[in-house]
Structures are given as structure tokens and as C-alpha cells.
Design a protein around this ligand. Structure first.
Ligand code: SF4
Length: 344
């Protein structure tokens, strides 16, 4: 679906560049640039291709094209909504749960999502220096309860294959680290980065799992599906992370199409995140009861392979809690059609 007039070869970062590409009306340049002064902006050619600029409510544009509503911070919205910084013993590490840590080597992304929970930091802060990275790896080495290291950011696949290979090798050499997980939007936002060199960099002794962030079926373009296939053929299991977003995926048909497209792309839906309360994201927010209704809808419509866990990151850094619908009511359980049956 390419209604964009002039496909550029570079990532777009300004109102003028978006207007020149035909993605937005030139009358929006000033408002986009006002938002860009406050929050990072980037739209890759691959995602630009998916924007239907003739549709004022296009769900792809809504996720990536700046909106002046982002400059309004609602009560309850916080710069660090999931409390990363309250669990950061050293730069680049978030240690919230005993058996796993986040390692954030950089805060750069291929695209900047307008609802990002780290929007105050992504695209703004420098990557870890060699010294900081070495201190972060020392922290992992010193804590033998750490079973899993989750590389996130930012997007770790924005590093060169050589730097990724060095981090993967360092983690492979720590005996108590058994699992490496990578959170990325690259397979969707810039699938051309999934090269043989990248796959070689990820190929080590320990299992590498990848969580792919994807919010609409159209993001799984033919190129994105090829990228997923390459990763899967390299032995990397793929998990799906989706954020529930008003105007993007908050209706049953759209969510069903997304979940089916993920499974068809070899991605097992893992989490459906309730939107975190980052500043200027109110226009994306649904209620939890709306999210639960969507999950009930999915239960009745699609295979168990297509069911994610609906979760909320408890504000303040208290971790994730499942908030999906409840089917057990005392001595009765509900079936997928809403009928109750007695159980013992
Ligand atoms: S790719 Fe992830 S970290 Fe980067 S802007 Fe989007 S949500 Fe935020």
C-alpha cells in the first residue's frame, strides 16, 4: 500500500522531509517540527512505504508521524512510567526481577514510536561507552542469579554486527547466563538490516530469543516476513510484543488480523501491553476493560497460538501483572461463547 509520492532512501526526521516524501500535507510541517523539538522522530523508508497518506486515520502513520497532542501531558503521565531508573544499579542495566536483567547498550531506534514508554530518553541519550558497557557486563558476571539477559534499548539491532557479536560473545562466556533475549523493531521497521552478517553475530552457544514489536498486520510486509523467516531459520524463536493503541489496533478485527499475521510470520504472540503512562500519549490510551473485551473476543475467534498475555507494567517499577479477563467465577467457568459451566 504505497500512497507516498516520492520514496526516499533515508530515514525521515523532519516535517519538511515527510512533506517532501508526500507522507503529510505541507501545512503540517510546523506542528511536526514543534513535536520533533521535544521528542525524537524517525520513519524508515520501509515503514514510509506502508503509510497510506490518503487516509487521515491511517494506523501506520498514527504510530510514527508526530501529533501535536504529544505536547499535552495528562495527570498521571510520568517520564519514567515503568520505573526503569529505580532499578538501575549501573548505567545500562535494569535489574527488576531476580533472574533477569535488561541490558541497554544504546537508546537509538530505527523508528520512534509516538507512544514509547522511554520517549524521554530514546534518540536523546548516547550509547554506552566501552567502559560503561564493560561495567554493565561486570554487573552481570557478579550476579549469578541472572539466568537471562534481555538486550533492549532503544533497539540493539541498530548496533553493527561486529558490536552485537562482541556483546553476544561476552554473554556466552558468563556461565550462569543461559538465555539471551533481544527486543527489536528492526525486522518490521528496517528488515534489510537482517543480513547474513547480523545472523552470524547472533549465532553463539546459548539460545537467542527475539521479541519483535509489531502493532498492526500491515507492518508484516513481505520484506518483514522474509526477515522473520531468516531469523527463524537461524534457530531464533520469535515472540511478538504488541502495544494496545487507540486508533491502531483497538478493535477485534484488527487485533485478530495482527495475531494471525504474526503467527503466519513465525512470531508467537507473547505480550499485549496495556499502554504505559508516558507523557503525551493520552490520545493512544484505551481503558483496561476495553482491553479485556478485546482479549475475550480473541479467545472466541482465533487459535490458541494467536493468544498473547494482556499485561500491565505497574507504574513505579513494580513489574508486570497479567490483567486479562477472568473465566473462573467461584464454582463456574466460562466457555469461549460466554456460557458458564460448573466445575469442581
Ligand atoms: S522501537 Fe521501542 S524503544 Fe524505540 S521508540 Fe519504539 S517503542 Fe520506544
Amino acid at each position: 500500500m504505497n500512497h507516498v509520492a516520492n520514496r526516499p532512501h533515508r530515514t525521515l526526521r523532519t516535517g519538511a522531509a515527510l512533506a517532501a516524501a508526500g507522507a503529510v500535507d505541507p501545512g503540517r510541517i510546523a506542528e511536526i517540527d514543534r513535536v520533533a523539538e521535544r521528542y525524537s522522530v524517525a520513519i524508515t523508508p520501509a515503514l514510509l512505504d506502508l503509510i497510506d497518506s490518503a487516509n487521515p486515520t491511517d494506523p501506520i502513520a498514527r504510530q510514527f508521524v508526530p501529533n501535536p497532542a504529544e505536547l499535552e501531558t495528562a495527570p498521571g503521565e510520568q517520564p519514567d512510567p515503568i520505573g526503569d531508573l529505580t532499578h538501575a544499579p549501573v548505567n545500562g542495566i535494569v535489574h527488576r526481577y531476580p533472574d533477569r536483567v535488561l541490558l541497554t547498550p544504546l537508546l537509538t531506534c530505527p523508528v520512534y514510536c509516538r507512544y514509547c514508554f522511554r520517549r524521554e530518553r530514546v534518540g536523546q541519550e548516547k550509547a554506552l561507552s566501552e567502559t560503561e558497557l564493560s561495567v554493565a557486563l561486570d554487573y552481570v558476571r557478579a550476579h549469578d542469579e541472572i539466568w537471562e539477559v534481555i538486550l533492549t534499548g532503544g533497539d540493539p539491532l541498530m548496533l553493527s554486527p561486529a558490536r552485537i557479536a562482541a556483546i553476544v560473545a561476552a554473554l556466552n562466556a558468563i556461565p550462569h547466563v543461559r538465555i539471551i533475549r533481544i527486543h527489536s523493531r528492526v525486522p518490521v521497521a528496517d528488515p534489510a538490516r537482517v543480513t547474513p552478517e547480523l545472523l552470524a553475530a547472533l549465532d553463539g552457544d546459548k539460545p537467542v530469543w527475539m521479541a519483535v514489536h509489531c502493532n498492526h498486520a500491515r507492518e508484516l510486509s513481505p520484506d518483514a516476513r522474509v526477515a522473520c523467516l531468516r531469523l527463524a531459520k537461524s534457530g531464533i524463536p520469535l515472540l511478538g510484543q504488541t502495544v494496545l493503541l487507540k486508533g491502531v489496533n483497538d478493535d477485534a478485527e484488527t487485533m485478530e488480523a495482527l495475531m494471525r499475521a504474526m503467527v503466519e510470520s513465525r512470531i508467537k504472540p507473547y505480550y499485549l501491553h496495556h499502554l504505559d503512562a508516558a507523557p503525551g500519549t493520552g490520545h493512544f490510551r484505551t481503558s483496561i476493560s476495553e482491553g479485556q473485551a478485546l482479549m475475550r473476543g480473541l479467545r472466541g475467534r482465533v487459535s490458541g497460538l494467536c493468544q498473547p498475555d494482556y499485561v500491565l507494567d505497574i507504574p513505579g517499577g513494580h513489574g508486570k501483572a497479567p490483567i486479562g479477563p477472568v473465566y473462573l467465577h467461584g464454582d463456574e467457568v466460562e466457555d469461549w461463547q460466554g456460557e458458564r459451566h460448573e466445575v469442581r
